[in-house]
Design a protein around this ligand. Structure first.
Ligand SMILES: Nc1ncnc2c1ncn2[C@@H]1O[C@H](COP(=O)(O)OP(=O)(O)OP(=O)(O)O)[C@@H](O)[C@H]1O
Ligand SMILES: [Mg+2]
Length: 242
């Protein structure tokens, strides 16, 4: 049998206040595979699913298990957040310090590192992502792609075991997208990636799951693969009909 999954959701339901019905209902899921891709239409509850995993939302019903044990208190949730890094759909929600170095050092400082050690970790993490020289840049003035990579650095600086990435390739140009793929391929971490970018999911070796009608299921029927083709202005990730 496979090892104990890091995360398990049992019969999870979630109802937003003032909404007419639950967005997730009796959802069951566990991190069976190391690299998981989550697909589903806009508004089906993908981001909600991630927010429940990291405790930003408390499920209306059901259980969240971490290393096989139900999360019941704040301390255990803190342990989970230490191991599971969440890259937000919108980087502006993730970055809040004036400079890049402060943002990336924030997590390590929070974990109890000294100022010197936190700064060292931040500098090393930025370097690993090819962001040398970004340390003193003003965070809110970075481009969208730069913000995405800096946001990833804030997470990696805390040395998580698992990454939750919410539509990480959105608005990335082809070069930055390839850079992100190569960064992710170089990490030996569990990953759950929400994306509409099929080629990206394929290149990150993800087993596909779909959220639909409040449930999540593995896409046994889908076989994702990369096509090679040529046409004008095709140098960006895009999808074709069948
Ligand atoms: N705070 C909230 N209050 C009420 N409804 C909300 C709230 N946040 C999200 N929703 C609704 O819940 C549904 C699921 O939202 P969610 O952000 O999880 O979808 P998603 O699958 O991530 O969509 P997308 O692909 O557009 O990012 C949507 O219909 C959304 O409008
Ligand atoms: Mg979303």
């Amino acid at each position: 049998m496979s090892k104990q999954p890091l995360i398990e959701l049992r019969n999870i339901s979630y109802l937003y206040p003032h909404s007419t019905g639950p967005i997730l209902e009796n959802l069951n899921f566990s991190t069976q595979e190391k690299h998981i891709g989550v697909i589903g239409s806009n508004g089906c509850g993908k981001t909600t699913f991630f927010q429940i995993i990291v405790g930003l939302l408390t499920p209306t019903a059901g259980q969240l298990l971490f290393h096989g044990k139900e999360i019941k208190d704040k301390n255990r949730m803190r342990d989970l957040r230490r191991e599971v890094g969440f890259l937000f759909q919108n980087s502006d929600d993730q970055l809040f310090s004036p400079t890049v170095i402060e943002d990336v050092a924030f997590g390590p400082l929070n974990l109890g590192y000294s100022q010197t050690a936190a700064k060292k970790t931040a500098i090393e993490t930025l370097a690993k992502l090819g962001l040398e020289g970004f340390e003193e840049r003003i965070t809110h003035r970075l481009s969208g792609g730069e913000k995405k990579l800096v946001a990833l650095a804030t997470i990696l600086a805390m040395e998580p075991k698992m990454l939750l990435l919410d539509e990480p390739t959105n608005n990335l140009d082809p070069k930055t997208r390839l850079r992100l793929i190569s960064i992710l391929q170089g990490l030996d971490l569990h990953q759950i990636i929400i994306s509409h970018d099929w080629d990206f999911l394929e290149q990150t070796g993800s087993t596909l799951y779909r959220i639909e009608d409040g449930h999540i299921h593995r896409c046994e029927e889908d076989h994702i693969h990369v096509h090679s083709h040529i046409h004008k202005a095709g140098d960006y990730p895009h999808r074709h009909g069948h």
